[in-house]
Design a protein around this ligand. Structure first.
Ligand SMILES: *Cc1c(COP(=O)(O)O)cnc(C)c1O
Length: 462
């Protein structure tokens, strides 16, 4: 299996190289050259199988010879053993034809654990074999950073630096990043918003001296291996609702487009998915793009669903690549335009392709709170604000096809918003009930790329 860049000008890589690299050297994102498919019999055979077995079947065709079958099974087993629920991603019914896929039973209570725990185990196995060391740098609007730190803490071949926007993540999210005591964990509080942090990380990857000097590796949602790990739960949930003999639709609370793009990959692999619905909060660039064909940035508005507070949605580039018939030059042109002017217009053909693949909806702050209130009162479900955005949009798309809404975080990660709307204080699971007593450790930095790079150099040479 070979991996190519969405901008067509970076070296073609193996799975292992694409995983360890993250962002391509031409600024693009890696994708498999072709998408392997599973026929209906192979999908039917997933009925009753464990999450781990389905994970093996779905991911195995993508990893080439990076790991043997036995190694890969062990990686999967280790990745999910720390989850607080035996089935890993349980499905609960919300209403007629509407289901909630609970993706928040991992160690940091958000869906990002599904991918990050896999990445941690895969990095460890690959680096142990080669004897190399890497520096992981990531930007986070909250959940990615804690999931990355949880996945890499204590691994000897890795230093992990996480940039988060100071004051713009929840207390639980911040504490999950600042309380691990291992020396290889570095939480950096940056003055600015998520896009500031993301831009700093992009800048480091585009500075090849720095990138090669510290052996930079990226685990942000653009890392292909993360997208791949997220494809699995589309299969487990759809199969439990009757796929491949019945279509299933999905609504996905969306920010950087990694999670919903994994749904698109599942569909390309042969899973009969009806609608794939993008749910956005008031940071609605994706919804506006689907409505108008113009991708226009207009600043971040902080919301009660902060993990979706983005203005540029990085994985959307992968959707564009397919919408443009896998034409890297066309994608590259649009991205240059975005960089220069803050917007671009999707060509007519690509726009039609996007509309054929994705539906979308936008939810205001008031509607999000109202949805939390209503789900608690009438569905017996305490939703986190991100999941509430999804459930609200899904309800506008309910029909004869079963709809699965992805619940992306546990309500206890966002207690203030949940309590204000529902009157219930969501409790942290027992395994992390002492989070607020643990000591915090972080470094505060201005939005100054040279200072950030200098700190990273200093820390890894120390
Ligand atoms: C990251 C995150 C999202 C957005 O996922 P993307 O893959 O970036 O679209 C939604 N909800 C929660 C809780 C998240 O942590």
């Amino acid at each position: 299996m070979r991996y190519i860049s969405t901008r067509g000008k970076a070296p073609v890589l193996t799975f292992e190289q694409a995983m360890l690299t993250g962002l391509a050297r031409d600024g693009g994102l890696y994708l498999p050259e072709t998408i392997p498919t599973l026929d209906h019999d192979a999908i039917r055979a997933m009925r009753g199988a464990s999450y781990e077995d389905v994970a093996f079947t779905v991911m195995r065709p993508f990893i080439g010879d990076t790991f043997t079958d036995a190694e890969f099974r062990e990686i999967i087993a280790k990745a999910y053993e720390g989850f607080g629920h035996d089935v890993r991603a349980p499905l609960v019914q919300l209403g007629s034809n509407h289901y909630l896929l609970e993706l928040f039973h991992g160690p940091t209570l958000a869906f990002k654990d599904f991918a990050m725990q896999m990445i941690g185990q895969m990095f460890q196995a690959a680096l142990k074999r080669s004897g190399e060391r890497v520096t992981i740098v990531g930007a986070t609007s909250g959940d990615t950073g804690s999931a990355a730190i949880e996945a890499f803490r204590g691994l000897d071949a890795v230093d992990v630096f996480i940039l988060f926007p100071q004051g713009r993540v929840s207390d639980v999210q911040r504490r999950q990043m600042t309380t691990p005591s291992e020396d290889n964990v570095h939480a950096l509080a940056i003055e600015g918003d998520f896009d500031t942090c993301q831009a700093a990380v992009k800048d480091m990857f585009n500075d090849f001296d720095f990138r090669d000097g510290v052996r930079l590796a990226g685990v942000n949602s653009i890392n292909w291996a993360r997208v791949l790990a997220q494809v699995v739960y589309y299969f487990t949930s759809a199969v439990s609702l009757g796929a491949p003999d019945r279509e299933v639709s999905f609504t996905v609370p969306t920010g950087n487009f990694g999670d919903i793009f994994a749904g698109y990959i599942a569909k390309k692999m042969g899973l009969p998915i009806g609608e794939l619905v993008i749910a956005t909060n008031q940071n609605d660039i994706l919804h506006r793009t689907l409505e108008t064909g113009s991708y226009t940035t207009d600043g971040v508005k902080p919301s009660i669903s902060p993990s979706m507070d983005i203005q540029v949605s990085s994985n959307f580039e992968r959707a564009l690549f397919y919408a443009y018939g896998q034409d890297g030059a066309a994608v590259s042109e649009q991205m240059d335009e975005l960089k220069a002017s803050g917007e671009f217009k999707v060509s007519q053909g690509a726009y039609e392709a996007l509309k054929e693949t994705y539906a979308s909806g936008r939810v205001s702050e008031e509607e999000t709170s109202a949805m939390i209130t209503r789900a608690n009162a009438t569905m017996g479900e305490l939703l986190c604000p991100h999941s509430a955005v999804g459930v609200k949009v899904a309800m506008d798309h309910l029909g004869s096809t079963p709809m699965v809404t992805l619940a992306t975080a546990h309500p206890a990660k966002f207690p203030a918003a949940v309590e204000a709307a529902s009157g219930h204080h969501p409790e942290l699971p027992d395994r992390m009930s002492d989070l607020f007593e643990r000591e915090e450790r972080m470094t505060e930095l201005p939005n100054d790329i040279e200072k950030i790079k200098a700190l990273i150099r200093e820390r890894i040479n120390a």
